[in-house]
Design a protein around this ligand. Structure first.
Ligand SMILES: [Zn+2]
Ligand SMILES: [Zn+2]
Length: 342
């Protein structure tokens, strides 16, 4: 196994990706070597590609949404065998801090992600801990399996927002996470799910996945649209899936009194200005949502009701990673999810 050469994609400077070539890491007793079949580009990979990710300085390996086949197992591994189709929860936790020991590993004091520790999945192979593996059920292809990670980000946000039957929801941003959040809100019983984006292709996709109203701010202001939708009172819940000052403000201002906004976007500009008085006058609540904690099992169940492959607009061979990333940041490409195949 260790004789095999592994190409590992790495962003070395803003806009520049190259491949490290190194031997495949041997599986330790509790580890598994996965031959990657499908690896998707995430919004966070794009922040890294631009050199603007707040917690992943360059150079850094990329790729954390993937699926593949088990090709080697460590001596103590019992959960999977060679030939199993799997996906991986790409977190790294210490297992020792209080949050880890009480099961809240999402709050681990040392939390990191496999790609940030040099173990990127824009690669031929990846060596991972058995504990974070999930077998792909029959109904999921390798491509759909690669999207369980973003689906878990979405289940985490929707569970935190405690969406209830009959609620009206506003989702700002119809990238993969926004689209999946909209779909999950409907499945959880929200009856109105309005979604905002400038790109008509994405809004079309949103309707197919379960959104009830689309808002294109180049045609109608978000404020106006929310007023129409709610008779002026505001939505029960909102989700910010962009990461900008203007959209953060929209997520706050769209809420009814005592409404709840959940912030999911990654902010390249960490300092923003918000209308603080609104917290008091409307008793609104704003919370963040990051990553996942025991969300993969939930996402696996919910994947029975969401056509994940629908999100995949482009596919590239792994060697074209540079071109795939450029396509991904090009607003005219119509891309939602781009998948690479080694
Ligand atoms: Zn991701
Ligand atoms: Zn920990």
């Amino acid at each position: 196994m260790s004789k095999l050469i592994n190409r590992v994609g790495r962003v070395v400077a803003p806009g520049v990706v190259e491949f490290l070539k190194r031997q495949v890491e041997e599986a330790g007793p509790h580890q598994v070597v996965v031959k990657i079949v499908s690896s998707a580009i995430c919004g966070s990979d794009l922040h890294i590609f631009k050199g603007k990710h707040p917690s992943a300085p360059l150079p850094v390996t990329i790729g954390h949404e993937f699926s593949g086949e088990v090709v080697a197992t460590g001596s103590e591994v019992t959960k999977v065998k060679i030939g199993d189709r799997v996906t991986v929860e790409p977190v790294v936790t210490c297992g020792k801090c209080m949050p880890c020991r009480t099961g809240n590993y999402g709050y681990c004091e040392q939390i990191s992600f496999t790609y940030r520790t040099g173990n990127g999945a824009m690669a031929d192979y990846i060596t991972v801990e058995e504990a974070y593996l999930y077998k792909l059920p029959e109904h999921l292809s390798y491509d759909a399996g690669a999207l369980l990670e973003p689906l878990s980000v979405a289940t985490h946000a929707v569970r935190r927002a405690e969406i209830e039957m009959g609620e009206k929801v506003l989702v700002i941003g119809a990238g993969a996470i926004g689209l999946l959040i909209a779909a999950l809100c409907r499945l959880r019983g929200a009856t109105e799910v309005a979604i905002v984006d400038f790109l008509p292709k994405r809004l079309e996709m949103a309707m197919e996945l379960g959104a009830t109203t689309v808002i294109n701010p180049s045609e109608q202001s978000v404020e106006e649209a929310v007023k129409e939708l709610t008779g002026g009172s505001g939505v029960d819940k909102s989700f910010e899936c962009v990461g900008m000052e203007v959209t953060f403000n929209q997520a706050m201002m769209a809420l009814r009194k005592n409404g709840l906004a959940t912030i999911v976007g990654i902010f390249e500009q960490p300092q923003i200005t918000i209308p603080a008085t609104r917290f008091i006058t409307h008793e609104i609540r704003v919370q963040g949502s990051q990553g996942y904690c025991w969300d993969f099992p939930v996402a696996l169940e919910m994947s029975k009701y969401i056509d994940l492959e629908k999100l995949i607009t482009h596919q590239f061979p792994l060697e074209d990673l540079q071109q795939a990333l450029e396509t991904s940041i090009d607003p005219n490409s119509g891309s939602i999810k781009i998948v690479l195949h080694p």
